[in-house]
Write a new protein. Structure first.
Length: 267
């Protein structure tokens, strides 16, 4: 998971405060204003409820303590500052402890529409609203526990579970498709693409299929997996770690599905 990056995260001071520049705050303002308009009527209700609870500032980057205070009161979670990219081991450990890793940098103006590294806008705007939801929060912690004692090869399979739920998950609701994945919710291009592109495959969630589906981080997703509601994550969470690992071994034995994209940088 830890790869080279040009970004450097900022270190909070003794009070946990990060000093952001006027330019960085302006970048946040541009991103959040644009995305709030983009997700209207497209984000799931649970996300919008969480967004209201967080009441994120639009004129500046929020301090992690501000967000953590609300998350802690709702579900016991907190934001935890990390470098731009961290390894699998630290990632799983933090999630298992209800600490959501937030890279404390914001993208450059040259990468406003897309960057491969998750920045503070992606983490706070994309994921934290749903961490106020018990089903989503419990699932995220359970996911962390799944990976704690997994081998590197098993963690590669588990990464696909995270990718197709927490990052790029869709809901197939009675009112139509809605988004709950943070990778979609923080991207105007992916928001439109995931819901409306005619060539995209939108498939009912099946955990074994998910574990066998390769993905790339540098393209729009050719396939999205759908669950009926955020509370359905409770059903996935009920799998014991041993059951998940048995499914990982089954996925390994069956092999990966044929990629729906050129093979470069498959994960």
């Amino acid at each position: 998971m830890a790869k080279a990056t040009k970004y450097v995260s900022k270190t909070p001071d003794e009070q946990g405060v990060i000093e952001w520049t006027a330019e960085e705050n302006t970048t946040w303002q541009t991103l959040i204003t644009r995305q709030l308009s983009c997700i209207e009527g497209k984000a799931c209700d649970e996300y919008m409820t969480g967004l209201t609870k967080l009441n994120l500032p639009q004129d500046r980057i929020p301090q992690l303590g501000e967000v953590s205070e609300i998350l802690m009161a709702e579900t016991g979670w907190q934001c935890y500052p990390v470098p731009a990219l961290i390894g699998f081991g630290e990632f799983f450990q933090l999630l298992s402890e209800k600490k959501f890793p937030v890279a404390t940098f914001i993208r450059s103006k040259e990468e406003m529409d897309y960057l491969q590294e998750p920045d503070i806008f992606h983490e706070i705007f994309g994921h934290c609203p749903l961490l106020t939801n018990k089903s989503f929060a419990d699932y995220t912690q359970a996911y962390g526990k799944m990976g704690l004692n997994a081998t590197h090869e098993q963690r590669v399979f588990l990464a696909r579970l995270y990718w197709f739920t927490i990052e790029f998950g869709l809901l197939n609701t009675a009112d139509g498709l809605r988004i709950y994945g943070g990778g979609i919710l923080s991207s105007p291009g992916e928001t439109e693409y995931a819901l409306n592109h005619k060539e995209v495959e939108r498939t009912p969630f099946d955990i074994l299929d998910v574990l066998r589906t390769p993905y790339r981080i540098d393209i729009m997703q050719p396939v999205y997996y759908m669950i009926p509601e955020v509370a359905y994550l409770d059903e996935i969470r009920k799998f014991e770690v041993e059951d998940i690992m048995a499914l990982v071994e089954k996925a390994k034995a069956l092999g990966l599905h044929k990629p729906l994209f050129p093979a470069k940088e498959a994960s």
